[in-house]
Design a protein around this ligand. Sequence first.
Ligand SMILES: [Zn+2]
Length: 161
Amino acid sequence: MAIRVQCSSCGTVMNVEDHFAGRQGKCPQCGATVDVPAAAGAPPPAAPGAPPGAPAAAPVVASASGQQDPLAIVGFVLGLVALVGSFIPCINWFGFLPAIGGLVCSIIALSNAKKEGRPRGLAMAGLICSIIALVWIPLCILVVIALMGAATSLAPPTPPM
Ligand SMILES: [Zn+2]
């Protein structure tokens, strides 16, 4: 029966033949001198048990009901970004992208919530924000264009004298 020996230098576990019991050998991995225990079946010199580097598996328990759909959160955030951005001139042109993204995410999240029985508040809020942004952004752009048109017509270029 072979003796299980663990190298104290590199940790390699090796099986050593019985006639090496009580003697010293060389680790095949790192070449360090390894003491082979005298009695066959004796525990290896290294401390038994789990190595400190192995973490215990900690499964993430996700409760299906009551937890927000990440899609609803994304939809709400995108809708909110679009809504806030729609009040900022020049930036609101780009608000269409988050608004459309928020609308799509919120609609998918709403249908998911209906299927899985999750709370729909956040998805609904995202949907409303996105719709308001989609209506509000073109209005803002129209107002800006109208103002720009008015400004240019009010201030005609003065010809040099
Ligand atoms: Zn070794």
